[in-house]
Design a protein around this ligand. Structure first.
Ligand SMILES: [Zn+2]
Length: 443
């Protein structure tokens, strides 16, 4: 018997859609989208079909009564978006359970509205083999909260001497959600040896997998210039992680303007670089709680990043979720806890610059899914369309809340947004048609 879930009276938003209506889910996939406008002309046939679906559904979620208290104003319905896809997070598992575990990270991701995440390979041991990545993916699948695609390091143990088992990865597969390695990265340790870097790029190109370059070596601008040159000479897909300077954004803009086929480049920014500046890091302690790689920059850089987002130079927003213990932060460990604040930070920050929800959905769901080869096929995600996976984030964009790290599911409590009021709350996360986070009573 098929499992039927009906979600009605929502504002349905993805990168190309923004309508009022209902979504019918069958066996974990989107079966149908029924627009139900509250103005003339009404969709009488659609309403009838929706009523028939609702009568037979195992569960009906009604946005009008979604807050659990009072009916929503029809003009301010909760927003139903594709679950977010994070290209860059640190789950610390295996090896650092005091910072985070797979369980706490998956809970944090689900609470943040994420349905899919890539975790970086700087674990203990380093994730350098397909079998290790597959084992982590299976452990996450058993928890059933999100789909996890661990990145593989480029070199053994991230020592920069010898290629990892990326040499044994299979060639490109058709776009689907099945498990395969979908991102390669040496994380914060850029590969200094040009020859080895190019050899890694050749393997990545053969396997059809992007390489995420963190561009810290010798400063972000020099490292970004080098990564673009590597993209041009290797023709492998290079993804530039956490862009933070106006110069790096300008270089990527220029690279993307080159003739088609001359290189394949994409990039991400983080919520904290969009929202915060150096003075915020100083106030938190530039060498302790405010420390992050790359560091928070000046207002000019921040505005340049927002401009790059608005114009389309930036493909995706990634959290760089990097949980640490309080003690490690005090000792200067770089990084912020970010999965549970990402949506609200981006919505609060970008809305003021005219970046709407559809654009935000593209940055947080559709574009990262495409970069990972997870946008099409029967297990495709990142958009709301018939046949795709029923991975949703339901948010109340009108709700303001104050960040309290003590309430985080993540073990890492170091958030630069602690105590700040943000707008936009994740109310529910649905993964493969199942409710995996219900925060309606928490906010
Ligand atoms: Zn990182």
């Amino acid at each position: 018997m098929s499992r039927l879930l009906a979600l009605k009276n929502f504002r349905i938003v993805d990168e190309t859609t923004d309508l009022r209506g209902a979504v019918i889910v069958e066996d974990g996939r989107i079966a149908e989208i029924i627009p139900v406008p509250d103005t003339f002309p009404e969709n009488i046939e659609g309403e009838k079909r929706l009523n028939r679906f609702c009568a037979g559904a195992g569960m009906v979620l009604d946005g009008l009564f979604f807050s659990g208290q009072s009916p929503h104003n029809a003009a301010e319905l909760p927003v139903l978006m594709p679950a977010f896809v994070d290209l860059h997070a640190h789950f610390r598992d295996p090896g650092f359970p005091e910072k985070e575990t797979l369980e706490s990270a998956c809970l944090a991701a689900a609470a943040g509205g994420y349905g899919t995440a890539v975790c970086m390979a700087n674990t203990k041991p380093v994730t350098g083999a397909g079998a290790q990545a597959a084992a982590l993916h299976r452990r996450a699948a058993a928890l059933g909260l999100i789909d996890l695609y661990p990145a593989l390091s480029l070199t053994k143990n991230m020592e920069g001497r010898e290629l990892s088992e990326i040499t044994r990865l299979p060639g490109p597969a058709p776009e689907d959600g099945g498990f395969r390695v979908r991102l390669l990265s040496e994380d914060g340790k850029d590969l200094a040896d040009d020859g080895l870097f190019l050899a890694a790029c050749a393997e990545a190109r053969r396997a059809g997998i992007p390489v995420s370059c963190h561009c810290d070596l010798g400063g972000e601008n020099a490292a970004t210039r080098r990564a673009i040159a590597m993209a041009a000479s290797s023709l492998c897909h290079i993804h530039i992680a956490h862009v933070s300077t106006k110069e790096a954004a300008a270089m990527i803009r220029e690279a993307k303007s080159r003739p088609a086929g001359s290189l394949n480049i994409s990039c991400e920014v983080t919520p904290h670089h969009l929202a915060l500046v150096k003075e915020d890091a100083d106030a938190l302690g530039a060498e302790s709680r405010g420390r992050v790689n790359p560091p928070l920059r000046g207002e000019e850089d921040r505005l340049a990043l927002i401009g790059a987002v608005a114009e389309g130079t930036v493909d995706a927003i990634a959290t760089d979720h990097a949980p640490h213990t309080e003690k490690d932060k005090e000792a200067g460990a770089p990084g912020f806890t970010g999965l549970e604040t990402a949506f609200a930070v981006c919505y609060s920050t970008l809305g003021a610059f005219g970046v709407g929800l559809s654009k935000l959905s593209s940055l947080m769901s559709a574009a990262p899914a495409r970069i990972l080869g997870l946008a099409g096929g029967g297990e495709g995600r990142g958009r709301i369309a018939p046949g795709l996976r029923a991975d949703f984030c339901i948010a109340d964009t009108g709700r303001a809340w104050t960040v309290d790290p003590a309430a985080f599911k993540s073990r890492g409590k170091n958030s630069p947004f602690a105590g700040r009021e943000l707008r936009g709350a994740v109310l529910m996360t649905i993964h493969g048609g199942r409710i995996v986070f219900d925060g309606r009573d928490n906010v």
